[in-house]
Design a protein around this ligand. Structure first.
Ligand SMILES: CC(C)(COP(=O)(O)OP(=O)(O)OC[C@H]1O[C@@H](n2cnc3c(N)ncnc32)[C@H](O)[C@@H]1OP(=O)(O)O)[C@@H](O)C(=O)NCCC(=O)NCCS
Length: 196
């Protein structure tokens, strides 16, 4: 279990672990997912669409996803339970030069900026590599601050497009890592620490 000392102007300590999701996690994943959408996309995605998101309906979808066993679905949990998840797998819609994708990553607000997002992306990338994939893409709304998170992890903007949702047309980016090994096999820790 990783123990991470981290903070901006204060020192916080969060212990968490990452593991594969099981069907019994579906409802908690759905709760994090729906809460994540409502918090992240308020003021970006139309309110009516966000209000329509339903934990029970999403839980059914996650149950099916986990049961199908095709996607990589990982949860991060602390002593208080599941606070985040990430999902990935084979690229669903072709993007030239890419074979794998990060399909979703969401953390409850109180657990962000403590290193768990980075660990989840590293874990998904490493599982994709273990399944024979070499690259990874992710779609992100251009207005989402997560764009900077992906940049920090070495992601580059590959394509710009528009994403239609709830009657709105929103600027959307495809970000990608042509070589995923840079994510889980980064510069030596001593160098990374010296840069902080
Ligand atoms: C995006 C998200 C998964 C990132 O996870 P996290 O645990 O908060 O990020 P980490 O603490 O692992 O950050 C890793 C690095 O990215 C940086 N970073 C993270 N979020 C950032 C942001 N919004 N702006 C700028 N930098 C950011 C961190 O400072 C850190 O850099 P450092 O190691 O040089 O200090 C998380 O914030 C989240 O769930 N956001 C809401 C949902 C969302 O937008 N999901 C993506 C949908 S495409």
């Amino acid at each position: 279990m990783p123990s991470i000392a981290f903070g901006r102007g204060r020192v916080s300590l969060m212990e968490f672990s990452i593991r594969r999701a099981v069907i019994a996690d579906a409802e908690e994943i759905a709760r994090v997912h729906v809460e994540g959408w409502k918090n992240t996309y308020a003021g970006i995605v139309p309110d009516a669409y966000l209000a329509s998101l339903d934990v029970k309906a999403h839980a059914e979808l996650w149950k099916e996803n986990i049961a199908a066993g095709e996607a990589i679905i990982l949860v991060s949990e602390s002593g208080c339970g599941i606070f985040g998840f990430a999902a990935g797998g084979k690229l669903r819609e072709p993007i030239e030069g890419f074979d794998g994708e990060l399909g979703a990553i969401y953390l409850l607000r109180g657990y962000q900026r403590c290193g768990a997002g980075r660990r989840l992306v590293e874990a998904v990338a490493s599982q994709l590599r273990a399944q024979g994939m070499r690259s990874m893409a992710v779609r992100v709304l251009a207005q989402n601050p997560a764009v900077e998170f992906y940049r920090k992890l070495g992601g580059q903007v590959i394509e710009e497009s528009l994403f239609e949702i709830g009657g709105a047309s929103l600027p959307d980016l495809v970000m990608g890592w042509p070589d995923i090994s840079v994510i889980f096999d980064p510069v030596p820790q001593s160098v990374a620490t010296a840069q902080h």
